[in-house]
Design a protein. Structure first.
Length: 206
């Protein structure tokens, strides 16, 4: 929120829209959460609020970052990032894909690829928009584009991962088909497991 206000004063509605737009791709926050957080940030002295007339009777609150808010933003930016343990539900499910029918696995992977294909188009658009000429602070624009470049790279990696999974599923289905016709089921993984077992037996011998 503090970083968003560096670009200039905004109303609560405009702040909420920002988190529903470009910022929402890196830190999603529903409108209700933005409005609920605003009084705390104002009370901390990080942002100031002014009321402007809106229509004949209404008022609109405009929020601006304060010097104290800039200092708090600098403190947060300079602090080392606290990497959290992984909680990747997609990859966790993939660990157990062998328990699912191949058709369902294919559907899951196609859905994953389609999701990130849509995200890729949006993130590429935001990265290009950040590099448009006429931005007052080119360094801000370049770093903003750099952040979206990271999302673009992430989307491409997720699409590639899903497509690799589709290839793997096809290969395993083909192998399973041969096995069902009486052909011996010999895969590199099975051979590697057998070699590991034999090696462990050799090492355990006196």
């Amino acid at each position: 929120m503090l970083g968003v206000l560096l670009d200039g004063p905004l109303s609560g509605y405009e702040l909420a829209r920002y988190f529903d737009g470009s910022a929402g791709f890196v830190w999603s926050a529903p409108e209700s959460q933005v409005y609920a957080r605003l009084p705390d940030v104002v009370n901390a002295g990080w942002i100031s609020v002014q009321e402007e007339p809106r229509g004949s009777r209404g008022v609109r609150k405009i929020y601006s970052i304060t010097d104290k808010g800039r200092a708090e933003l600098d403190r947060w930016l300079e602090a080392p990032f606290d990497y959290l343990p992984e909680h990747d539900g997609v990859r966790l499910q993939a660990v157990f894909y062998g328990q699912l029918p191949p058709a369902l696995v294919r559907k899951k992977l196609e859905t994953h690829a389609d999701y990130y294909q849509r995200r890729l188009a949006i993130w590429e658009e935001w990265a290009q928009a950040a590099r448009k000429p006429g931005v007052s602070n080119s360094a801000v624009a370049e770093w903003r584009a750099f952040a979206f470049d990271g999302l673009v790279a992430k989307a491409k990696a997720e699409i590639r991962w899903a497509r690799d999974g589709l290839k793997l599923g096809s290969r395993l289905a083909s192998v399973a088909g041969l096995h069902s016709k009486g052909e011996p089921l010999t895969t590199p993984l099975a051979f590697g497991d057998r070699q590991a077992i034999l090696g462990a037996e050799e090492m355990s011998r006196p």
